[in-house]
Write a protein that binds this ligand. Structure first.
Ligand code: ZN
Length: 623
C-alpha cells in the first residue's frame, strides 16, 4: 500500500491480498478519525507468515444467534483471519441422521449461506465433527446404543462396528454439504478412552493394542475424506499418549532431560505406528500453555522428519474459565493466555508450519466475547510472529476494538480476574468450581481418563456437604475464623467495588466501538461480586452481639436480593447474543463438562442455589 498526497494505491498478488490491503486502509482511516488526524503518507509492504489462520467456534453447550456469527465473520475479516473451525456437535440440523441435530440447530442451508458469506471475506469454514470419542451428543440417543463401545457409556463409538462408519460418514456428508467449497474436514479424534472393551474389540486390543483400533478408525475416516475431496485434520494426542510421549508435550513439570529420555524410549513406538499414519491427514499438535516444552518441540520435529503435515493449536481460554479469562504471564512454562498464543505461533513459524488454530473450548461455556482478545492476538501473531510485544498488543487491541487507551489495563484486568478466582472457590469447602470433585450433580463416570465405572449416577448424595457451612450463632466467631481467608479476600473485593464498577461504566461510555463488551464485563463483575457480598453479610451475623446479628441477617437478605438481580442482569446481557436455554424437547447430554449439567445457564449458579437453600433453613432455625 502506498499513500501519497493525492492517491492511495493498493497492489497485491491475489484478490485476498487486495482485500487485506483494504482492511489495513480501513484501520488507518479508523485511527485517523479517532485521533482527528490526516492519513499518514506511507508505504506498507505486508504479508502473512502463516497461511491458515483459524479460530474455533465451539457450540457444544450453547448456540449464539445467527446474526452474531455473521457479525463475527465481519470482525474476523478485519483482522485477516482466514478460517473458522466450526465444531458443529449437535448444532447442525443433519439430514441423513436427523436425530443428531438439536431442536434449535442451524440448518444445512443456513450454514451453507454463512459459509458463502465467510468465503466472500476470505474466510473458510472448516467443519469439525467429533468421531470416535467425544461422541456423547450422538451416542446419548438410545437409538444409537448399539454403536457404543460400552452399552451404558456415551463417550466412544465401537471402532469395529460398521454402523459407526455409516453414522459418522452421514454426519460428515452433511457437514461437507453445509460448507460447500471448503478444503478441510476436521475429524477430531482426541481423548479416546474406554475403547477396546466390547466383545468385538477386546481380542484386537489384547493382541495388537488399543492404538490399533484408533488407527483403524483414523484410516477409515481419512479414506472417506479423500473420496470427498477434503483434507482431514486430526488432533494428535492419542498416538503420542500411546508412545508415552504426551505428557512431555505440555506438562511444565517435565524437565528437558526427562523429555529427551522419554523420547529416546517412545520414539520407536511412534516410528512403528508411522506406517499406519494416513499421509493425506494434517496432524494438529495442541498445546495451551507455553509451547516451548521440549516434548512439544520434539513432536513437531518428528512430523517434519517423517514428512507428515502438522498444524498447531493454541487456546484463548487455556483453563476454560467461565467468567474473566486467565492471562498468566509470569509462571514460566505454565503461563497461559496471550503469552501462550504468541509463544506457540512463534515456534510454528520457526518450524515452517503454515497452519494455526486458536481454540475456544466451550466446556464451561463462557460468553464468546471473552474469547476475542485471544482470537485477535492469534490473528496478529500468525500474521507477524515477531511483531508487537504483549504490552504493545494490549494497547493495539484496546485501540482497534474500542478506540480506547488505558495505561493500567494489565492491572485492571488482573483485578477483575482475582474476583473471578474468589467466586470460583467462595462457597466450596475444598478447592474450587473447577475441580471435578466439586460437581453438584451425579454424572456417569465418562471422563475419558478414568476407568469406566457403571452406576455412579444411582448413588444418593447430599451435595450441600461440599459447600461451606453457615455460622453457628451459639458459638459466634468460629465461622469467621475458619473462613478467614475467604472473608479477607471478600473484603478486598467489596472495598474495590465502587471504583471498579465506575471504571467499567466509564469504559462502556467512552468506547467508540463494541460497547457491548464492557456491558458484558460489568454484568459479569456485578454477578461475581454478589458472592463475596453474601460472605461478608454472614460474617456480620457471626457476632456475639445480638443487635449486630440482627443487622447481619438483614444484610444477608439484601445480599441474596443483589445476587438475584445480578444474575437476572447477566442472563439479559448473555441473551443479547446467545440462546440461553435449550428448547424443552432437547435431550440432555450430561457428562463431565460443567456446562452440560443443566439445560439453561443455571448450571453456573448451582452452588449459589444450593447455598441459598441452606441459608433459608438456617434463617428459619434462628427465628
Ligand atoms: Zn468395540
Amino acid at each position: 500500500m502506498n499513500i501519497t498526497k493525492d492517491q492511495i494505491k493498493i497492489t497485491a498478488k491475489s484478490e485476498a491480498g487486495l482485500f487485506y490491503g483494504c482492511q489495513s486502509l480501513e484501520q488507518l482511516l479508523e485511527d485517523a478519525r479517532d485521533y482527528k488526524k490526516p492519513l499518514p503518507a506511507c508505504t506498507i509492504t505486508d504479508y502473512p507468515m502463516l497461511s491458515y489462520r483459524a479460530v474455533h467456534f465451539d457450540v457444544k453447550h450453547h448456540l449464539d444467534h445467527m446474526n452474531y456469527y455473521y457479525e463475527s465473520i465481519d470482525r474476523l475479516a478485519r483482522y485477516k483471519v482466514n478460517a473458522i473451525v466450526f465444531e458443529f456437535e449437535d448444532k447442525l440440523r443433519y439430514q441423513l441422521q436427523p436425530l443428531v441435530g438439536a431442536p434449535q440447530s442451524i440448518s444445512i442451508d443456513e450454514m451453507a449461506a454463512l459459509t458463502k458469506y465467510a468465503r466472500d471475506r476470505n474466510i473458510e469454514i472448516t467443519p469439525l465433527v467429533q468421531g470416535l470419542g467425544h461422541a456423547t451428543f450422538i451416542l446419548k440417543h438410545e437409538q444409537y446404543a448399539n454403536l457404543r463401545e460400552l452399552p451404558w457409556n456415551h463417550w466412544a463409538f465401537c471402532p469395529l462396528n460398521e454402523g459407526t462408519y455409516q453414522v459418522l460418514f452421514d454426519l460428515y456428508r452433511d457437514a461437507i454439504k453445509a460448507t460447500p467449497g471448503s478444503k478441510y474436514l476436521h475429524i477430531g479424534g482426541d481423548e479416546i478412552g474406554n475403547i477396546g472393551l466390547c466383545p468385538r474389540c477386546k481380542p484386537t486390543a489384547d493382541k495388537e493394542g488399543m492404538m490399533s483400533l484408533n488407527l483403524y478408525w483414523l484410516k477409515r475416516v481419512c479414506e472417506f475424506a479423500k473420496e470427498n475431496n477434503r483434507i482431514p485434520i486430526f488432533w494428535d494426542d492419542m498416538p503420542l499418549q500411546h508412545a508415552g510421549l504426551y505428557t512431555s508435550t505440555w506438562s511444565d513439570d517435565v524437565t528437558a532431560a526427562e523429555a529427551t529420555e522419554a523420547w529416546k524410549k517412545g520414539v520407536t513406538t511412534l516410528d512403528s505406528l508411522q506406517t499406519d499414519f494416513p499421509k493425506n491427514c494434517v496432524y494438529m499438535r495442541w498445546n495451551y500453555s507455553m509451547a516451548k516444552q521440549p516434548g512439544n518441540i520434539l513432536a513437531l520435529n518428528w512430523y517434519k522428519t517423517h514428512d507428515l503435515k502438522a498444524m498447531i493449536a493454541t487456546a484463548t481460554n487455556a483453563e476454560g474459565g467461565m467468567l474473566f479469562q486467565e492471562d498468566k504471564r509470569d509462571t514460566g512454562a505454565a503461563s497461559s493466555g496471550i503469552i501462550s498464543i504468541q509463544s506457540f505461533i512463534q515456534l510454528a513459524a520457526e518450524k515452517n508450519i503454515s497452519g494455526m488454530l486458536c481454540t475456544a473450548w466451550d466446556d464451561k461455556s463462557p460468553h464468546m466475547e471473552n474469547y476475542w482478545r485471544g482470537f485477535i492476538a492469534a490473528a496478529e501473531y500468525s500474521w507477524n510472529p515477531k511483531g508487537r510485544t504483549l504490552d504493545e498488543y494490549d494497547a493495539a487491541w484496546l485501540q482497534r476494538e474500542f478506540g480506547l487507551s488505558m495505561p493500567g489495563y494489565k492491572n485492571f484486568t488482573h483485578q477483575l480476574r482475582k474476583g473471578s478466582e474468589l467466586w470460583y472457590e467462595a462457597l466450596y469447602k475444598k478447592g474450587s468450581f473447577f475441580d471435578d470433585d466439586n460437581m453438584l450433580q451425579s454424572t456417569k463416570q465418562v471422563e475419558h481418563w478414568l476407568k469406566p465405572l457403571e452406576g455412579r449416577e444411582n448413588i444418593p448424595f447430599d451435595y450441600t456437604t461440599k459447600l461451606i457451612e453457615l455460622p453457628d450463632l451459639k458459638s459466634p466467631g468460629l465461622w469467621s475464623e475458619k473462613y478467614k481467608d475467604k472473608i479477607d479476600k471478600s473484603i478486598i473485593e467489596i472495598n474495590n467495588y465502587a471504583d471498579v464498577s465506575e471504571k467499567l461504566k466509564d469504559l462502556c461510555n467512552s468506547a467508540a466501538r463494541n460497547k457491548y463488551y464492557w456491558q458484558l464485563l460489568l454484568a459479569i463483575y456485578n454477578f461475581q461480586t454478589s458472592t463475596p457480598r453474601l460472605l461478608l453479610a454472614l460474617k456480620q451475623c457471626d457476632s456475639p452481639d445480638k443487635s449486630k446479628q440482627k443487622a447481619g441477617i438483614e444484610e444477608v437478605q439484601k445480599a441474596l436480593n443483589a445476587f438475584h438481580q445480578s444474575w437476572a442482569q447477566l442472563q439479559t446481557v448473555y441473551g443479547q447474543t446467545r440462546f440461553i436455554s435449550n428448547p424443552s424437547n432437547f435431550i440432555p447430554d450430561r457428562y463431565f463438562h460443567f456446562a452440560s449439567q443443566r439445560e439453561d445457564l443455571s448450571w453456573m449458579i448451582q452452588a449459589q442455589e444450593l447455598y441459598e437453600g441452606m441459608i433459608k433453613k438456617w434463617l428459619q432455625s434462628q427465628s
